[in-house]
Design a protein around this ligand. Structure first.
Ligand SMILES: [Zn+2]
Length: 69
C-alpha cells in the first residue's frame, strides 16, 4: 500500500512539474520567474506580466524569484 502511494506521489509530482505555469515580467529581459501572479517581485514590473510554463522559463535561464521558495 505504501508503495502504491509512493508511485502516485511521484506521478503527481512529475505531472505538476510539466503543467506548472509561472509568470515573468515581459517576454524578454526577465531574470526571475514567479509562481504567484501577485508576487511583490512582479508588482514593480512595468513591461506586462507574461504567463509561461515553468519548463520554458527555466529554458530561458530564469531562476525562481527571491521572494518565493
Ligand atoms: Zn515572485
Amino acid at each position: 500500500m505504501k508503495y502504491i502511494l509512493f508511485l502516485i506521489f511521484v506521478f503527481a509530482t512529475s505531472f505538476c512539474t510539466i503543467e506548472t505555469n509561472v509568470f515573468i515580467c515581459g517576454s524578454t529581459g526577465a531574470k526571475k520567474y514567479h509562481y504567484n501572479e501577485k508576487c511583490r517581485g512582479l508588482s514593480a514590473c512595468k513591461h506586462g506580466v507574461v504567463k509561461t510554463s515553468l519548463k520554458q522559463a527555466q529554458g530561458y535561464g530564469l531562476t525562481i524569484c527571491g521572494w518565493e521558495d
